[in-house]
Each structure stands twice: as C-alpha cells, then as structure tokens.
Design a protein around this ligand. Structure first.
Ligand code: NDP
Length: 384
C-alpha cells in the first residue's frame, strides 16, 4: 500500500530531505500536500516535480504567483494561515510530516490529529507549547505521534518491544553545538554567521541558533516529557560531541539501550514515514573505526543559561514552556536580523518568563493568549 504523505513545511531542511526519501521510494510513498510560508519559488519547483494534490503558500500575497506558475497542472493552490489548517483537515492523505518551524506548526498539527491522521513530528515547538493537549488529543483520536527529532526517534526505537517495562530514565544526547566549551567573554561577540555553523548537522536557521544556545536541548527535554510520559527527573542531558549515539533509555533493571547512526536526518525521517517498517537504503553506514571515541560530559548550564531556563519551564509546567518558546522565537529572529546579541537572547527570555502571567492548568485558548502576550512583551523589550 502506498502511504499518502502531506509535508507541512516542505521547503525547509526537514521538508526537502523528506522529499528525497519519498523520491527514493516511489513504491511506498506519494506526495499529496506540500506547504511553504514564503518560498514560493521552491514550492512551485516541488509541485512541478512531485505533482501533489494540493499546495499551500502561507503568505497570501504570493497566491497569484503560485497559482499562475501552476496553471497548467492539476495542483490545487491555497494560501494563508487558515488554509494550512483547513487542508490539514482534508482526507487526501494518510500521514502528516509536521515540519513547519515554531508555534505556527501547532494549529495544522492539532487539526490533523482531530482528522485522525498519523503524525511524523519534527516540529518540537508543538509539544513545547501545548504538549498536554496535543498528546491527549492524540490518545482520544488514536493517532500515533512518531518523532522525527533524531534524539526522540532514538528513544522511540529503544522503546520498541518494551511496552510492559518501566523506563528509569532517558539520556538525551547533545552535540554541544558550535560553541561547546566557550565562556561568556567569547559568546558576547558571537554573530549570526557563527551561530549558523553547526559542527554535525545541517538544519534550518532557527534550530541552528537554538542548538548554539542549547535552547534546542531544553525544548527537546520538554518534547521528551510529553512524547514518552516522563517526569522531569527522568530526563538527563549528556553532551556527546560525536553525535553518534542519538539517545539512550535506561530500564528499571539498569540495562541501557542506545540507538547509534550517522548524523543524517534522512534516517529518522525515513523511519517515521515508513513506521512500523524499516526500509532499505544506500545511505553511508556508521563506521566504528571512524567514530572510535565516544565522550560524554555534563552541559554547562551556567554559561548556556537558556538550557537552565528550559529546565525551569520543564519542572514548573503550566504555560511556562509556552511563554518561554514564544520569547525564544522572537529573540532568535531578532538575533538572526542582528538586532540582538547572542547572550541578550537569554535576558529577553528570562524577563518574559518572569512577567507573563503563569497559569497552572492552561486551556488551549490560554496557550494561544500566553503565546501572544509573550511575543508582544519580547518585541517591546527588544524594541522591534
Ligand atoms: P526550516 O526553517 O528549514 O523550514 C521551516 C519550514 O516551515 C519551511 O518550509 C518554511 O517555509 C515553513 N514555515 C516557516 N514559518 C512558517 C509559518 N509561519 N507558517 C507556515 N509555514 C512556515 O526549519 P527546519 O526544517 O530546520 O525545522 C523544522 C522543524 O523541525 C522545527 O521545529 C525544528 O525544530 C525541527 N527539527 C529540525 C531538524 C533539522 O535537522 N532541520 C532536526 C530536528 C527537528 P518557507 O521556506 O517558505 O519559509
């Protein structure tokens, strides 16, 4: 049976790699929906190449351009934020690859869950913002959420066949990012171009900055809490600069399972799309001769304070992670536009987390309101 795939965020790093996986497996997957925010040129190229049923361009001003470029095809064209949600509610696909970056991914993913479509989840912010509601809806609708993030894919794979066995803890590995070992006197001068140079992974701009500040690892701790129903003290971050072990699970007998592979996102993407099957590929194989040293250290949360803030949000719960995520998104985009320094991102996030009203048991509306309040405050502080 061919699995019909909807890629939300098809023009991004995850989206384009997913299309390579699909192209290599035409007997297993078809492309039904592709979406982008503003990169209409790539979206049109993808539509011509993969002939999906539907494309959506988030930026409504680009609708006419996309529509005209696809006039001689059978591809249906929609535009705008509401269209992203409506299309997620359609029946023409089996699995959504949620690969939009940031809070913008939440509404279409929730709609797909309500529509009983399987989710391959790259967009970690969806769980950071409203993990309790998203997971509850997934249970109610019997929808599998298959992680794409390499660490969570590793944990998911380690848990296969272990449904009856209690997890003692998970070790979430972290490369440490481009500034591993650096101190504030160095970080204060870091610019956009330095932060975008990740040593092991090629990723979109936002997650690259999050990796450089270690906020990404904090977001992943919160993602792991919701995906695997863990308590905060069951999640330990280990800096492992080789990025060979993608994460590990320790069971209550003390035994540890690890998932190992080359750092290539196509592997977890393929695993999530094909789940529960494993399918063959000709990607480079892991070499124990090349990766012949595995090292581990504790993260430096005194220097990389974003991780400390995320741990606070993880422990406190409520809407704090949602507030932190919104402030972080605004701070990262300001940093990318050279409007905010590397270390100043933390100051903004900390201030916003301290000032936006804390809600212990938020509703979905509360999450949307908290996100909006945190964005406004962060933008005011940065004077955007
Ligand atoms: P990119 O920035 O490369 O791509 C983001 C995609 O989302 C693009 O298609 C973009 O469209 C679209 N998009 C951006 N903003 C909006 C919006 N407001 N509304 C609708 N669509 C939007 O990101 P990545 O592919 O790197 O990351 C995607 C997600 O996957 C993130 O949540 C990230 O944390 C997660 N992830 C990524 C990994 C990686 O290796 N890249 C690894 C693990 C997780 P356009 O191109 O038009 O701007």
């Amino acid at each position: 049976m061919i699995k019909r795939i909807a890629i939300f965020g098809s023009t991004g790093s995850i989206g384009t790699q997913a299309l390579e996986v699909i192209e290599a497996n035409p007997d297993k997957f078809s492309v039904e929906i592709l979406t982008a925010n503003s990169n209409e040129t790539l979206l049109v190229e993808q539509a011509i190449k993969y002939n999906p049923n539907i494309v959506v361009i988030g930026d409504e001003l680009k609708y006419t351009k996309v529509k005209e470029a696809l006039a001689n095809t059978s591809v249906k064209v929609f535009a705008g934020e509401d269209a992203l949600k409506e299309v997620a509610g359609m029946d023409c696909y089996d699995l959504m690859l949620a690969a939009i970056v940031g809070f913008a991914g939440l509404k279409p993913t929730l709609k797909a869950i309500e529509n009983k479509k399987a989710i391959a989840l790259a967009n970690k912010e969806t769980l950071v913002v409203a993990g309790d509601i998203v997971m509850q809806k997934a249970i109610e609708n019997r929808v599998p959420i298959i992680p794409v993030d390499s660490e969570h894919s590793a944990i998911f794979q380690c848990l296969m066949g272990e449904t009856r066995n209690r997890v003692e803890k998970v070790y979430l590995t972290a490369s440490g990012g481009p500034f591993i070992g650096r101190k504030p006197n160095y970080l204060v001068n870091v610019k956009r171009e330095h932060a975008l140079q990740h040593p092991n992974w090629e990723m979109g701009a936002k997650i690259s900055v999050d990796s450089a500040t270690l906020m990404n690892k904090g977001l992943e701790m919160i993602e792991a809490k919701w995906l695997f129903n863990l308590k905060p003290d069951q999640i330990e971050v280990l800096v492992h600069p080789q990025s060979a072990i993608h994460s590990m699970v320790q069971f209550e007998d003390g035994s540890i399972k690890a998932q190992i592979g080359v750092p290539d996102m196509k592997l977890p993407i393929q695993y999530a799309l094909a789940f529960p099957a494993r399918i063959p590929n000709n990607y480079p194989r892991f070499s124990f001769k090349k990766f012949n040293e595995f090292t581990f250290e504790e993260p430096d949360i005194k220097t990389f304070k974003n991780l400390a803030l995320a741990i606070e949000a993880l422990q406190k719960g409520g809407n704090l992670a949602c507030i932190m995520n919104a402030a972080n998104e605004i701070a990262v985009y300001a940093f990318l536009k050279n409007r905010l320094g590397f270390l100043e991102m933390t100051d903004v996030i900390e201030k916003v987390m301290g000032e936006v009203k804390f809600i212990d048991k938020p509703t979905l509306e509360d999450y949307f309101d908290s996100d909006a309040d945190a964005r406004t405050l962060a933008a005011d502080i940065i004077r955007l």
